[in-house]
Design a binder for this molecule. Structure first.
Ligand code: F0G
Length: 460
């Protein structure tokens, strides 16, 4: 390997710090038992390195904090709304903006407008809140991602791709009129933060156009997807992230957005659209569920931070450090023989709990168990992304049994150091050494919706 003077080193330095709590194993035993072995129910003060999510946990820049002071907290027509609108138009290319408090606010509105009971909503793998809003509006989600995405070891560079044959088969079977829209995630969270290729996006657009079907992009981590396209897809090496992002968005009619990820803020989201009629309807609806159409549940300062976040997040230096940090952790784990989803994704490392604990059947919740063990070992908080997250089939009441039974180590942007990364790797390795002593969990409380957030477990 040639000597690299600067690999993924961060293009920023630290100005403000937040102290972390160190706990003993004995204290952690108590905390995880009280939390019903669910890392969502831990108190954050009892967590050392918090890798639960990259959502709303990012560090804002001095420029974003300065923008917070420029919040125009008018009820209507805030300056910051117009600034955000300008940046969404410039970077994402959609004509109309409806701000929402976060991503699921946008999912709620678009699902309500476009889905009729009995409709189908195909997508490149489900996401928890997205699918639930589709189902609550009478839609039926159909997974049309390529098979490779369900195989944690397959090295396909674009595991977020749509299987066009699966989409075409659905159209032939139910007819284009019964398809409310196609949801495209970029990147695909539940597959391991895997990107979709530009070529595939283009093909999805061509096929859906032929049948008059709309495409709704989940743009939550689309900048990270753009970075993968720049690195992996021929013809995009010399394009800017901004150009690539605009092209990604150009193959869709609308986008739902959780600004809490890509956009380096702690709260915020939006729905962006091109169709005037749908925009009209969305603007009517946002005032019912979120807030007036020029703030949608956000303070002026939050919209300003998001507008500035768009510009910062689109810098290639930022994305190189962001994804470089995750690749650093992933490559070290691979060297140690730890089973993780490959290729390494954009926002997280996903431990393959089925391979980690081959002696645990899926109903003993191997991923939930692994997340608890990791917390016990070092105070690191991760998230289950397996059978608990997948929930139950609404019609039959049975558990979904996803092929992927994963634990997500999700990295907030601009928050943790390389030494924190090393502690994480060492802790995963320690838990791996002790894997044969683990017996799994049983679920003792199950909430009705999005059960992973609040379910409780006991040791077997
Ligand atoms: N779409 C994707 C791909 C997401 O990852 C999320 C949130 C949402 C939509 C919903 O956005 O939280 O702002 O309402 N994902 C978080 C996570 C919760 O931890 O992956 P939201």
């Amino acid at each position: 390997m040639p000597f690299q003077r600067r690999s993924w080193a961060e293009p920023f330095k630290i100005k403000v710090v937040e102290p972390l709590t160190m706990t003993t194993r004995e204290e952690r035993e108590k905390h995880i038992t009280e939390a019903g072995y669910n890392t969502f129910l831990l108190k954050s003060k009892d967590v050392y390195i918090d890798l639960l999510t990259d959502s709303g946990t990012n560090a804002m820049s001095d420029n974003q904090w300065a923008g917070m002071m420029m919040g125009d907290e008018a009820y209507a027509g805030s300056v910051n709304y117009y600034h955000l609108e300008e940046k969404v138009q410039e970077f994402y290319g959609y004509k109309f903006l409806v701000p929402t408090h976060q991503g699921r606010g946008a999912e709620h509105i678009i699902s309500k407008i476009l889905i009729k009971p009995g409709d189908y909503v195909p997508g490149n793998m489900y996401f928890t809140t997205t699918r639930l809003h589709q189902e609550l509006n009478g839609g039926k989600f159909v997974d049309i991602i390529i098979d490779e995405a369900h195989d944690s070891q397959n090295l396909h560079p674009f595991k977020g791709n749509v299987d066009l044959q699966k989409l075409e088969n659905l159209i032939t079977k139910v007819g284009g009129k019964k398809i409310a829209y196609v949801t495209i995630g970029a990147t695909v969270n539940m597959a391991g933060g895997q990107p979709i290729s530009m070529e595939n996006l283009r093909q999805v657009r061509a096929l859906t156009s032929k049948h008059g079907i709309k495409v709704v992009l989940d743009a939550t981590r689309a900048m990270e997807n753009a970075y993968f396209i720049k690195r992996r897809e021929k013809g995009y090496e010399n394009k800017s992230i901004k150009e690539i992002l605009l092209e990604i968005c150009s193959y869709s009619d609308a986008a739902t957005m959780s600004g809490k990820k890509d956009l380096l803020v702690n709260i915020g989201g939006f729905l962006a659209l091109n169709d005037n009629d749908v925009f009209e309807e969305a603007r009517n609806m946002v005032v019912v569920y979120e807030g007036l159409h020029t703030y949608g549940g956000l303070a002026g300062r939050d919209m300003e931070a998001m507008a500035r976040g768009i510009v910062e997040a689109c810098q290639v230096d930022h994305l190189q450090a962001r994804i470089g940090q995750i690749e650093y952790v992933g490559n070290r784990l691979i060297e140690l023989g730890i089973p993780i989803v490959r290729p390494i994704g954009g926002h997280a490392i996903f431990l393959d709990a089925k391979q980690f604990y081959p002696h645990l059947e899926q109903l003993k919740f191997p991923a939930q168990t692994l997340a608890a063990e990791l917390y016990l070992d070092s105070g690191i908080r991760s998230m289950e992304r397996g059978i608990v997250s997948a929930g139950r089939n609404k019609e039959t009441g049975d558990h979904y049994y996803p092929k992927l039974e994963l634990v997500r180590l999700t990295f907030p942007r601009r928050v943790y150091t390389q030494a924190h990364c090393d502690v994480t790797v060492e802790s995963v390795y320690e838990v791996f050494q002790n894997r044969n002593n683990v017996r799994g969990l049983k679920m003792v409380y199950e909430p009705k919706y999005l059960r992973f957030f609040q379910a409780r477990f006991d040791k077997l």
